[in-house]
Design a protein around this ligand. Sequence first.
Ligand code: PXP
Length: 240
Amino acid sequence: MATLGVNIDHVATVRQARRTIEPDPVWAAALAELGGAEVITVHLREDRRHIQDRDVRVLKQTVQVKLNLEMAAEQSITDFALEIKPQQATLVPEKRQEVTTEGGLDVVGNLDRVRRCVDQLHAQGIIVSLFIDPAEKQIEATKTLGCAAVELHTGKYADATSDAAQRTELEQLQRAGRFTRECGLLLHFGHGLTYRNVQPVAAIPGAGELNIGHSIVARAIMVGFTQAVREMRELIITAK
Ligand code: PXP
């Protein structure tokens, strides 16, 4: 059955808007766990626009479920990850100008750079997942690097503007999901998933972790964090 990874970056986004101490993503992580989150996810960006080093350090000590650190395959962030040792690292592409992560990591085109990072993380016993587009060549390259998992980018599915286009993108995710499992990799999904579009993805055979941030934080402002997480988890476990 699919599990829920709650991305708490945007709690930190609100805090950084005033460069103050609240709201604290560490509190949000605890509330997310109370709501049933199986994974807590944070993205430590090179520009530190939301999550800060301190957040990751404290979360490593306080989170009782899996901590998943999203990060670029850059040496300075890799050094930080090696020091903190989250249970899992998800490598993502990163551009300073982007509003959010755009497109998956081009593993094929950056094989040596990604390998250098992956090998260092593996040496510390950190599970590595690569955030990639749902394309066979990227999945194969991930397998070549010995990673345990892929996180398939659901952005195109989420952004589809017609039912037909959404169905096409879902079919692509289903095909890539099947290929991922045939390669023996764990199957994660993420990006742009909401209360309205999550169920067909959660129902893909073999779906594991679904990493969801913006939609949960948006609802949490209205109904509270624990409740927002509980509602998303209910949708995931009842998806068919
Ligand atoms: N997965 C990855 C790899 C991401 O980069 C993000 C965005 O930070 C998410 C999941 C969560 O996306 P969203 O905030 O749209 O739910």
